[in-house]
Design a protein. Sequence first.
Length: 308
Amino acid sequence: MLAPFLESAGPAVKTLPTGVVRDRLRWPYVIALSVVHLGALAVFIPWLFSWTGLVVALVGVHIFGMGINVGYHRLLSHGSFVAKKWVERGLVYLGVCCLEDTPIKWVSTHRRHHQHSDRDDDPHSPNVSVFWSHVGWLFLDNPNTHSLEAYGKYARDLVEDPFYRNLERNYRWFWIYVAHALLFWAVGGIVGAITGGIDEAIRMSLSFLVWGVFLRTVLVWHITWSVNSLAHVWGYRNYNTRDDSANNWFVALVSVGEGWHNNHHHAPTSATNRHRWWEFDVSYLEIKILKWLGLAWDVKTYRNAKAS
């Protein structure tokens, strides 16, 4: 029932990816995406606006986004550098607090994307539709991407690590997200109590929750999803890769470097997506800072990285 809409929401040139079950919704994803988006809409309630909440949201997009860009993506998915365990796990916790799935599931899906990019087995190619590649692919079940067999094939290194297996048990990743949301709520209440009493404590606790958690989560989602969608349909190409990846200025700006996607597909194991002097990559600068501090090493560049 939902499949025809997902296929038609944009120019479609092929059917859904191999393995997708057209009439089986992934209800946990549908519910989570709906609830958090609805929560984010509360930013339009004037009473919940605060400049502090806005700053917390904007800073949070970058800080927590590092968990996806630097942690899930460049470190875990591609091994573009090595970091001390506490740094790796710190990045992972930031990524978990973005509610973009567990490291095992995220990495497994991403590695499959690289192996089959813009072909029938790509989980989120815009060749189905731009909407599909942006978010629609999350709504329908696909055993090719979400199954023990897929995790064992594409993310065996994480599956064999007790730390990552433990995140999968009893929805621990979800409770980490809930715990961090409650922490934001509590800190907002403390800030409000200090500055204006009980009424302000209630307002600020909700402001921090709505702006610092719900809106920030939604912004990180759409930034990440834009790499899958916009950066495969719009932009320029430095390399003739076997997929449709493109370097997209807008996506590069909002994702602090992930939008140089054609560069990334040319050299996926590179820690930097900057292949020309004017292609800024803040995420790579952060990796370089970790290296300078002695917290990361074996940092690969596109000149010595494995080509796609």
